[in-house]
Design a protein around this ligand. Structure first.
Ligand SMILES: [Zn+2]
Length: 124
């Protein structure tokens, strides 16, 4: 994978993809793009973005990422609703890291027009 490719796996540069959401230049228009940008934020260690895109109801006080985790890829497996015309949605994904992977169905809601992460269920 080229260093110019966005960590979320879309064939775009980081700046043209999740980077513009991290920088606050744009808001993710769909639940899936928010999910992708949150994965990229884990890769980049951007805890500020992760907290900003967490529902106020479920957001932790603080977030400590393990800097030893080496994320290796994201696969979007399924999704429901979550488009510009919805106010809730789910995204099912597998996020891989060196030594394992995380399989989760995440719930998203729109708060003041912006998609935020609510919570998720681990699968299998
Ligand atoms: Zn991206």
């Amino acid at each position: 994978m080229s260093t110019r490719t966005c960590p979320c796996g879309l064939p775009l540069s980081y700046d043209a993809c999740c980077g513009r959401f991290h920088a606050g230049a744009a808001k993710a228009p769909t639940a899936e793009l928010l999910m992708r940008s949150r994965y990229s934020a884990f890769v980049k260690g951007d805890t500020g973005y992760l907290l900003r895109t967490w529902h106020p109801r479920t957001r932790p006080e603080r977030l400590d990422l393990d800097p030893r985790t080496r994320w290796t890829g994201l696969e979007i497996l399924d999704g429901t609703d979550g488009s510009a015309f919805h106010s809730t949605g789910t995204v099912t994904f597998r996020a891989s890291y060196r030594g394992g992977s995380l399989h989760e169905r995440s719930r998203f809601e729109r708060v003041d027009g912006a998609w935020v992460y609510v919570d998720g269920d681990f699968l299998e």
